[in-house]
Design a protein around this ligand. Sequence first.
Ligand code: HEC
Length: 118
Amino acid sequence: MQLTILAAVLVCLSVNGYAQVDVGKKQFALCGACHSADGSAKPTGPTLKGISTRKAAADTGYKNYSKALKTSAIVWTEKELDAYLAAPSKRVPGTSMMINVTDAAKRKALIDYLKTLK
Ligand code: HEC
């Protein structure tokens, strides 16, 4: 009996986890206009493949990084991604990324998805 409940809870937790990544994947439609998810180069923005725990401005295929991002010394932890996505030019004054994701739950889902881009 207890095992059944435990199994049910675990199933719920993992379904929930996938749902979150799924929501984030849908959110990524907002980003895909400028960023690739698969490492390919786009002139409009650096790839977000491997962004989680990467240093800021480290995509060697992208040539138009702002000086502000290049000198920011940020490492993209979950916390840094959250602050940047909430208000890029507040976290990195002078950045050329203009998209704000103001909804915290949407940011969380997006970041969960970004972490899967390896
Ligand atoms: C209109 C184009 C555009 C859209 C849409 C856009 N970005 Fe960006 N993004 C950029 C540009 C340009 C940069 C480089 C900024 C700089 O050099 O200051 C950037 C930089 C970033 C970085 C830092 C990358 C690095 O290599 O350090 C992250 C993370 C990021 N964007 C996430 C997102 C996410 C997530 C979304 C969707 C919610 C998004 N961006 C939507 C243009 C865009």
